[in-house]
Design a protein around this ligand. Structure first.
Ligand code: DX5
Ligand code: ZN
Length: 227
């Protein structure tokens, strides 16, 4: 059993990558009404990852649709080029990859200058120690539990050990920093990542791909430990 105080309650961030984009506003409003805590927007450039998705214009149109915070996961090379545009469009948090930024400290300072939450994502193959120097400046760490690029991939259970290591680092250095996980999160894997120390769950296909619909998918995830 997981004991939780309001502050430590696990949060859910539905990823619109798996939403029906022909009715995006409706799909976002549905998860908001069902109790989602934030909306996760996956940005891909066809270079850092082998897929292309959304740009700042989507965030601009999404912004008035929901009161929930919009977190933008930048799976792009050299993210500095687009920070201003996503902040201007209405992003509340900007998540950049350890592997995609040449000067990560500069990138994080840039995000802070824009007044947005600064977050760093780390791929399954990258060791937790890569976060050590930047952790004191972060609002959130995103541990990838699949290789980024596509929704609907299987959870990599080898990442659990690293999630636990990052949790220990956060508790020692920056207790307020959130620990989010992304990829293959469903009612089965959620309890495992929460036990390892995650407190924010990104979920695409287990919510928007749920056969009984996004509300049921989100509630199933919440019952499994998130939300
Ligand atoms: C993957 C993206 C994820 C994706 C997760 O590269 O970063 O946010 O939407 O999708 P699921 O939950 O289907 O694994
Ligand atoms: Zn993502």
């Amino acid at each position: 059993m997981i004991l939780r105080t309001p502050e430590s309650q696990v949060k859910i961030a539905p990823s619109i990558l798996s939403a029906d984009l022909s009715k995006l506003a409706e799909q976002v409003r549905e998860v908001e009404a069902a109790g989602a805590d934030r909306i996760h927007v996956d940005v891909m450039d066809g270079h850092f990852v082998p897929n292309i998705t959304f740009g700042p214009v989507l965030v601009k149109w999404l912004r008035p649709v929901t009161k929930l915070p919009l977190e933008v996961h930048l799976m792009i090379s050299d993210p500095d080029r687009f920070l201003d545009a996503f902040a201007e469009a209405g992003a509340d948090a900007l998540i950049v990859h350890v592997e995609g930024a040449n000067h990560l400290n500069r990138t994080i300072q840039h995000i802070k200058t824009l007044g947005r939450k600064a977050a760093v994502a780390i791929n399954p193959a990258t060791p937790a120690v890569m976060l050590e120097e930047v952790l004191p400046d972060l609002d959130l760490v995103l541990a990838m539990t699949v290789n980024p690029g596509f929704g609907g991939q299987s959870f990599i259970s080898g990442t659990l050990k690293k999630i636990a290591a990052i949790r220990r680092m956060i508790d020692a250095v920056k207790p307020g920093c959130e620990l989010e996980v992304d990829g293959g999160i469903d009612h089965d894997t959620a309890p495992r990542v929460i036990a390892a120390g995650a407190n924010v769950l990104v979920a695409g296909s287990s919510i928007y791909g749920a056969p009984d619909g996004p509300t049921a998918g989100l509630k199933r995830l919440a019952q499994a430990g998130g939300g």
